[in-house]
Ligand binder design. Structure first.
Ligand code: NAD
Length: 248
C-alpha cells in the first residue's frame, strides 16, 4: 500500500530503534522521509540505504534536537525544499536514569531539553507551513513511564508526561486547521535504550507485561504510521499505548 505517495515526513532520531523502523515503514508506504541523526553518521547512512532499498526516497540531516534554533532551521529547510511537510514524528529521546535525591541539574536539563523542549521547538517551526497548507499530522513519542511513573526515572517520566500534556494542548490549538496531534506510548521495547537493563531488572519488568515479551520497534512504528495515515483521520489528542498490556 502506497498511501503516503507524495507525502513528506520528518522523523527525528531516525538512525536506529523506533525512529529507524518508522522511517522505513513510511518509505515503504510511499513517503519521502527526511530523518535526523545526532552523532552516528554511519548508522544514518545505513538507514538511508535501507529506505532506498525499499524503493523509497530519503534524506538524512544532522540535528541535535536539544538545540531549538537548529530544530527550527531543520523543519524550515525540509518544508522549503519540498514545498510542503505532511508529518512530523518527534521520536528522538534520551533516558538519563538516577534517583531524584542524587540527580544533577545538568542531567535534568538534558533530559527535558532533548525529550520535551525539542517537540515544542519543532512543532512551533512546523505549525506555520502546516497551517498554510491546512493539513498535517504531528506524532510525539511518549512512554509508559510518563503515564505510570518509574522509580529512578523522575526526569524521563516528567519529560514524557509533559509530552502528553503538550500533545493534547496542541491538538486543541491546531485542530481548526486540520492538523492532528497524537502521541504513541511504548512500553518495554527492544532497542539500544533498553539494551543495558540488567537480567534481574529485565525479568522483573517482563513479569509486569501481560503479553510476556518485549515489543519490537516495528510494532511501535506500525502505531506511528497508523496515526499518521488517513485511517486515523478522526483521531486527535490521543495517546496510543503499545505496551503489551503493561499499563492499561
Ligand atoms: P534509541 O536510544 O534506540 O534511539 C533514540 C534516538 O534518539 C537515536 O536515534 C538517537 O540518536 C536520538 N537522539 C538522542 N538524543 C538526541 C539529540 N540530542 N538530538 C537528536 N537525536 C537524539 O531509543 P528508542 O527506543 O528507539 O526510542 C525512541 C523513542 O521512543 C524515544 O523518545 C524513547 O524515549 C521512546 N520510548 C522508547 C521505549 C523503549 O523501551 N525503547 C519505551 C518508551 C518510549
Amino acid at each position: 500500500m502506497k498511501d503516503f505517495d507524495g507525502k513528506v515526513v520528518l522523523v527525528t532520531g531516525g538512525s536506529r530503534g523506533i525512529g529507524r523502523a518508522s522511517a522505513l515503514l513510511f518509505a515503504r508506504r510511499g513517503a519521502t522521509v527526511a530523518f535526523t541523526y545526532v552523532g552516528n553518521e554511519a548508522a544514518a547512512e545505513e538507514t538511508l540505504k535501507a529506505i532506498e532499498a525499499e524503493g523509497g526516497k530519503g534524506q538524512m540531516m544532522r540535528l541535535d534536537v536539544a538545540d531549538t534554533q537548529a530544530c527550527a532551521e531543520c523543519a524550515e529547510a525540509v518544508a522549503k525544499q519540498h514545498g510542503h511537510i505532511d508529518v512530523l514524528v518527534n521520536n528522538a529521546g534520551v533516558a538519563v536514569d538516577g534517583l531524584v535525591m542524587r540527580f544533577k541539574d545538568e542531567d535534568w536539563d538534558r533530559t527535558l531539553d532533548t525529550n520535551l523542549r525539542s517537540a515544542f521547538a519543532l512543532t512551533r517551526a512546523i505549525a506555520r507551513p502546516m497551517m498554510r497548507q491546512k493539513s498535517g499530522v504531528i506524532i510525539n513519542l511518549t512512554s509508559v513511564v510518563g503515564e505510570m511513573g518509574n522509580a529512578g526515572q523522575a526526569a524521563y517520566s516528567a519529560s514524557k508526561a509533559g509530552l502528553i500534556g503538550f500533545t493534547k494542548a496542541v491538538a486543541r490549538e491546531l485542530s481548526s486547521r486540520n492538523i492532528r496531534v497524537n502521541a504513541v506510548s511504548p512500553g518495554f521495547i527492544s532497542t539500544d535504550m533498553t539494551a543495558g537493563i540488567s537480567d534481574e531488572a529485565r525479568t522483573a519488568l517482563l513479569a509486569a507485561v501481560p503479553l510476556g515479551r518485549l515489543g519490537t520497534p516495528d510494532e511501535v512504528a506500525a502505531a506511528v504510521v497508523f496515526l499518521a495515515s488517513d485511517a486515523a483521520a478522526y483521531i486527535t489528542g490521543e495517546v496510543l499505548k503499545v505496551n503489551g498490556g503493561m499499563y492499561m
